[in-house]
Design a protein around this ligand. Structure first.
Ligand code: FAQ
Length: 308
């Protein structure tokens, strides 16, 4: 009976084991997993645009090959994550419609423009760095297909992060003008990268329930702190200044203190009013419409094969 099923679900979650697609789960759990994983998948796909913007203008053949491979990896991550979402009975077409119509979100970070090639390095270092902090714990999330997708994705994300850091390191060894470009890019991306972790814990409506279900294993502020602690020494090694005068080591806490991100800006970007929101969705809509004939042809071929 239902009570038995619910108890079984609670027991699996309590011992931090996996819930699989065919297991009974509360409707609200299913909805929350779909919401988070779909948002994550959309972020990977929309996240191809800011860096994709520089593929045709990369400064060398080597840099172009690296960037092409990275953006392709992001497409792959999106596809794993859509597949994980599909195990809960929602189709990829439906998910894409939800993205294009604004019913589902994607990460705020991808609504900022990439103004110079340097931003490719900064995104690798800071954006993929933040993604790793958030996603390594998600390898142990309670929904099986999501956790397994995360294991593969994290391996590639850490490679992406090193790629970005190496690019910035190379520029820092260059001319004064190149060093200035790195600093300017880091100034623009630092705060938006901190916002990737979501609102502060006291204004995060979903955290408590998602942690109780083992979907999330850490709060937004815990992961943001972990990212800051990891990144400050990397900034020192690189020779850039992070644009936060309040960023100082707190001996007592054993962590860096930090200033407050502009949360009004965050909610405005999440609400659709960031610098590139309209452009990102328009681009995705066009690609989806332009690709309709490919999907239709594949379906027609599959049907023909079945009846043959
Ligand atoms: N942007 O109650 P919470 C990548 C929304 S990395 C937009 O705290 P939750 C790799 C949130 O959905 C980026 N919206 O929510 C890459 C909720 O609204 P809703 C993707 C945000 O879910 C690198 C509301 O605010 N990574 O793509 C954001 O418990 C380079 C209240 O917030 C993931 O998605 C935001 N930053 O915690 C690709 C990681 N933050 O849905 C290309 C998985 C919050 O109720 C290039 N996701 N909101 O209408 C998570 O860990 C969580 O979903 C959080 C948010 C931590 C993002």
């Amino acid at each position: 009976d239902d009570l038995g099923l619910e108890e079984r679900f609670e027991r699996i979650v309590a011992r931090r084991d996996r819930i699989e697609p065919r297991d009974w789960m509360p409707e609200a759990y299913r909805k929350t997993v779909i919401r988070q994983v779909a948002q994550h998948a959309h972020s990977e796909i929309i996240g191809m645009q800011p860096e994709g913007n520089w593929i045709g203008r990369a400064p060398s053949l080597r840099r172009k090959a690296i960037l092409l491979a990275k953006v392709q990896d992001e497409a792959g991550h999106g596809l794993y994550l859509y597949s994980a979402t599909e195990t809960l009975g929602v189709s990829r077409d439906e998910l894409t419609e939800n993205l294009i119509s604004g019913r589902q979100k994607y990460s705020s970070i991808f609504n900022y423009p990439t103004l110079s090639y340097t931003d490719v390095g900064t995104i690798g270092w800071l954006v993929d760095g933040a993604a790793i902090c958030n996603q390594v714990p998600l390898c142990r999330t309670s929904f099986g297909p999501y956790g397994r997708a995360m294991i593969r994705i994290c391996k590639e994300e850490s490679f992406h992060q090193r790629q970005g850091y190496e690019l910035l390191m190379t520029m820092m060894r260059g001319t004064d003008a190149q060093r200035e470009m790195v600093q300017e890019s880091v100034n623009r991306f630092w705060w938006p990268a901190l916002m990737m972790f979501g609102p502060p814990d006291d204004s995060s409506p979903n955290t408590a329930q998602s942690m109780a279900w083992g979907i999330k294993t850490h709060t937004n502020d815990e992961l943001r702190q972990k990212f800051v602690d990891m990144t400050v020494p990397q900034a020192d090694a690189l020779g850039v200044t992070l644009p936060d005068p309040d960023l100082v080591w707190n001996e007592e806490r054993g962590h860096y203190d930090l200033g407050t991100p502009d949360w009004d800006e965050f909610w405005s970007v999440v609400g659709g009013n960031g610098p590139c929101n309209t452009q990102r969705i328009e681009h995705r809509r066009r690609a989806w419409e332009d690709g309709a004939w490919v999907r239709e042809a594949a379906m027609a071929y599959a049907e023909k094969e079945q009846t043959a």
